[in-house]
Structure formats: structure tokens, C-alpha cells
Design a protein around this ligand. Structure first.
Ligand code: BG6
Length: 518
């Protein structure tokens, strides 16, 4: 196996860091609604502390958690534990105590006007005492049914359009559950906040490897000329998880794989792979190209969309329950925990190139990757000589490993040393960890920073959200009308149901991602 090595000098890293220095936001208070949930402790606070460590937060900075429970001072201590446990941070780390001092808590019901009045007073107090200058980033990490109400009440209490400073709102997924509900929510949000104040978050866009898809394509001259139907046979995107639903039964019962990850995370990945070079890396320009791709997807054919649900099985050597036996899940549930589909993009670049997508829970391993399979050479000079396991010439594959083991590899044929012209596939590999060192960042760092700076490039726009819902709503409706009789149709710890293999197999291909590299 051939391996390339990328070496980065300290000077390179310093230079890159110098470029981000100017990206320090204005003094700000981050207000997290639904702060008692897991997301705040596991992701948001560790990410904010990473920003602090990197010197990317303004000194005049406050965080206030908002939730119903009366947590008082214990909230800040709990967040500190989260930073230590999930942020790769050690007790006694420089800046940690000072950072924890900036964390506050405000208990209120999301429909209680007195609570909003109290919150407003608290924020004004920070403006006076901590110099946060009226800038707020409201982060909605509550259950989605509260989004519209919170937004309206923020508006009614004068917090959406402050006289001094900037108010911005970050909205977690799921953003709607079909086209109609997404439109309604967009209307609700846009009656209170202008679109330029709204940041619909998809944490996949915070992943370095996802952003790197754009860098790979548009910062290198050699790939773009072959990035089209003339050279590419098909594209596969896999988002496989070995975990189950992690106690989120009521949420997942209503969501299912298609709504939970395909309509958002996988569509974002697809857009980065398929879009035209944007005019610039500004939010408007990138958004435009993404929407063009999604609008060029042919209406999905229901026969090209398959689903599955896991039964009991063995994952990583441990016996695990089937989906229907999970806590707070209907024992007759028809919710899909696996979805695979084939779609076509009808434009000059991609006409005739199938895109295969699959996502599932309780699969054999955790791997998110994109594989581009290139066309074979027009005639094969070599072949017929067997060597080890390989007897046929294999197509070139470019694999972008989003996670884990982040990196990019290119498979090509090489001559096996010896008297015959035997060809064997070998791999050139770039690994993030080897090139840049391991990172404890979780992706929210970049997105939180961008939201504070008002840069929406890596966030979903209302038109984009509605375009992807428009694509999937007919499938969701058709699936809801006709329940599969075969559920559960795959064993936990396998690569999913037979129908997922058939979907790609009937075109003569197979899924390439089978396991992360050890
Ligand atoms: C979330 C989904 O958006 O993404 C989860 O709700 C899923 O069900 C998660 O597990 C996957 O994210 P990641 O970053 O682990 O790939």
C-alpha cells in the first residue's frame, strides 16, 4: 500500500492562526434556551471553551443558560464538568476558572412572559457590568415545538431588534418535520428576525472534513476538470452509526432516519460534492450554488428509496436490543432506522450519474464517508493476470472520510513487481491526524464563532431548508401510507437490510464503505 505523507511546519500553523486573529467577535452574551439538555454540556460549552482557549472570544463575554429547572449556581459547575469530560480539557487548565465565572443561569418556563422580562433585565445588567454592549446570540436548543413561541416572545419583549447591538438567533435541527411545517416555522421566525439574523445550524457543516470537501475541490486545480459525468461513474455517501437511539425514543419515533439525518446532514454533504464553484465564499454565493444543486435533483422515485429497522443483534461484541424494544418506543413501531436511496441530479455536470445515499443506526461500525467511483479507462491493456486476491482491474476510487479516521484516499492500480503485467489496487492516503495532529474540536466551535460574527456561509437558509423538504416530503408521505411488513429487517451490528444492498446492486455496484481503517 502506497502512502503519502503531508508535513506541516510550525510556521504554516502560525500563519494560519494569524489569519483568524481578525475573526474575534464583538462583545456578546450567548443565551442558550434548553440549556439543561445534553447538547449544551457535551458540545456547546466545550466548544465555547475551546474558542476561549484559542483566544477567539472577546473579553466582554457572558453565557446564560435558560431552562425550566431551578439549577442556580450548580449549572456553571455542571458545565465545567462537561468541559472537562467532553472537551478534552484537564482540571486546572489555564483560563478555565475564569471562563466558568462567566456562566450564569436563568430559570423560566418558555411560555412565561415574566421570565422573558427577567432575562432582559439580566442581559442589560451584563451590558452595564460586563460591557457586552447589547449583542446577543440566542441559541435555541430546546425541543422543536418551543421554537416558534420562544422567537415570538423574544420579539414581544424587544430582544429581537435591540436599539443598541446585534441580536442573532441560532436554531437547532430539526427545522420542521416536512415542507409545510418548515415553511410555517420559517414564517414565524422571519416575522420576528430578519433572515440575516437567523442561523439554522447543521453541525455537519462545522466538521473540518466537510468544509474540506470544498477546499479539496476548489483550492486544487487537478480535480475539478474530472469532477463530472465524463469521468465519474457514480457517487456514494454513507452515514453509518453503530449507536442506537441513545434514549431519544420519543424524538426518534417521530423522526426516523430520513428526517433525522438524510434531509439535512446528507443533503449538505451532497451539495458540497455536487455544486458548481461559487462566485466567492460569501454566504449568498455558496447558498445559491447549493440550492441550484438541490433544485436539480429529479423527484425521487419511491422504488429508489428503501428503509429498514434494526432488530436485536451484536454491536462491538455487545448484545443490543432491537429498536422496538428500546425505551419509549412503540413495540409495533414502523419508524425507519435505516434509509437508502438513489437519486439523480439533472444538470450538465451530473446528468446520468447516480448518487447513492444510505444512513442507519446500529450498523456494523461508525463511518461517514463519500466515495467517488471513476469510470474505467476506455480500453484495458492489462488484466487476466491474477495476483493474490485481485484478478480484475478495479475502478479508481476517491474516498473522503468525514469521520472517524478523517482523511482522503485515492485508490488506483499499480503493477505488481514481477515478470507479469499483474495489476493490483493500492491506496494513496492522507490522514488529518497524521498531517495536522489530533484535535479535540467538535465542530460547534466554528459554527458558534461564525454565528457571533454574523457569517451565515456554513448555515442553512430558509430556501435551502424548504427545497430539501420539498424533495423528501413525498417519500415521507408515501412511507407513512404504506407500512413495511418486514420490520425489523436487519440485525443490529450488520450493514443494514437486504433492500439496501439490492438498491445499489441492481445497477451493478456495491457499497464501498465497510469498515473504518484500523
Ligand atoms: C444528529 C442526529 O443530528 O446527528 C443523531 O439527530 C445522529 O441521531 C447525529 O446520531 C450524528 O452526528 P455525528 O456528528 O455523530 O455524525
Amino acid at each position: 500500500m502506497a502512502t503519502t505523507e503531508v508535513r506541516i511546519s510550525l510556521e504554516d500553523v502560525k500563519q494560519a492562526a494569524a489569519q483568524v486573529e481578525e475573526r474575534i467577535p464583538e462583545p456578546t452574551t450567548v443565551v442558550i434556551f434548553g440549556a439543561s439538555g445534553d447538547l449544551t454540556k457535551r458540545k456547546l460549552l466545550p466548544a465555547l471553551f475551546h474558542l476561549e482557549q484559542a483566544g477567539l472570544l472577546p473579553p466582554q463575554f457572558r453565557i446564560v443558560g435558560v431552562a425550566r429547572r431551578d439549577l442556580g449556581k450548580s449549572f456553571a459547575e455542571d458545565m465545567k464538568q462537561g468541559i472537562l469530560e467532553f472537551g478534552g480539557v484537564k482540571e486546572g487548565e489555564e483560563k478555565l476558572e475564569e471562563f466558568v465565572e462567566k456562566i450564569d443561569y436563568h430559570a423560566m418556563n418558555f411560555d412565561d412572559d415574566n421570565g422573558y422580562a427577567g432575562l432582559k433585565e439580566l442581559l442589560e445588567l451584563y451590558d452595564r457590568e460586563a460591557g457586552t454592549r447589547g449583542n446577543r446570540l440566542f441559541y435555541l436548543a430546546t425541543a422543536p415545538e418551543y421554537f416558534a413561541d420562544i422567537v415570538h416572545r423574544l420579539g414581544a419583549h424587544g430582544m429581537a431588534k435591540p436599539e443598541v447591538g446585534q441580536a442573532r438567533v441560532v436554531i437547532e435541527k430539526p427545522f420542521g418535520h416536512d415542507l409545510e411545517s418548515a415553511r410555517e416555522l420559517n414564517d414565524d421566525v422571519n416575522t420576528v428576525f430578519n433572515e440575516s439574523q437567523v442561523f439554522r445550524i447543521d453541525h455537519y457543516l462545522g466538521k473540518e472534513t466537510v468544509q474540506n470537501v470544498l477546499v479539496f475541490r476548489f483550492a486544487n486545480g487537478i480535480f475539478e476538470p474530472i469532477w463530472n459525468r465524463n469521468f465519474i461513474e457514480h457517487v456514494q455517501i454513507t452515514a453509518a452509526e453503530s449507536i442506537g437511539i441513545e434514549g431519544r425514543g420519543p424524538f426518534y419515533e417521530k423522526a426516523g432516519a430520513l428526517r433525522d439525518v438524510v434531509q439535512n446532514h446528507m443533503m449538505e454533504l451532497l451539495s458540497f460534492i455536487a455544486m458548481e464553484p461559487p462566485a466567492s465564499f460569501a454566504a449568498e454565493a455558496v447558498r445559491l450554488e447549493k440550492i441550484k444543486v438541490w433544485s436539480s435533483i429529479k423527484p425521487l422515485n419511491i422504488f429508489d428509496c428503501v428503509r429498514g429497522q434494526y432488530g436485536p443483534g451484536i454491536v462491538n461484541g455487545q448484545k443490543v436490543k432491537g429498536y422496538r424494544e428500546e425505551e419509549r418506543v412503540d413495540p409495533q413501531s414502523q419508524t425507519e432506522t435505516y434509509a437508502a436511496l438513489r437519486l439523480g441530479i439533472e444538470n450538465w455536470r451530473w446528468a446520468g450519474v447516480p448518487f447513492y445515499l444510505r444512513a442507519g443506526k446500529r450498523l456494523a461500525s461508525r463511518v461517514t464517508e463519500i466515495t467517488i467511483q471513476f469510470k474505467q479507462p476506455p480500453m484495458l491493456l492489462f488484466g487476466g493476470h491474477t495476483h493474490g486476491g485481485c484478478s480484475e482491474i478495479q475502478p479508481n476510487l476517491l474516498t473522503m472520510r468525514i469521520q472517524p479516521d478523517e482523511g482522503i484516499s485515492l485508490r488506483f492500480g499499480a503493477k505488481v513487481p514481477g515478470p507479469q503485467m499483474a495489476v493490483c489496487p493500492v491506496v494513496m492516503d492522507f490522514g488529518y491526524a497524521q498531517a495536522f495532529g489530533a484535535s479535540s474540536a467538535n465542530g460547534y466551535e466554528r459554527l458558534l464563532l461564525d454565528a457571533m460574527l454574523g457569517d451565515a456561509t456554513l448555515f442553512a437558509h430558509r430556501d435551502g431548508v424548504e427545497t430539501t423538504w420539498a424533495l423528501f416530503t413525498p417519500v415521507i408521505d408515501a412511507w407513512a401510507k404504506k407500512f413495511p411488513q418486514t420490520f425489523p429487517n436487519y440485525e443490529a451490528g450488520t450493514w443494514g437490510p437486504e433492500c439496501g444492498e439490492e438498491l445499489i446492486g441492481r445497477d451493478g455496484y456495491r457499497w464501498h464503505s465497510v469498515a473504518p481503517k484500523s
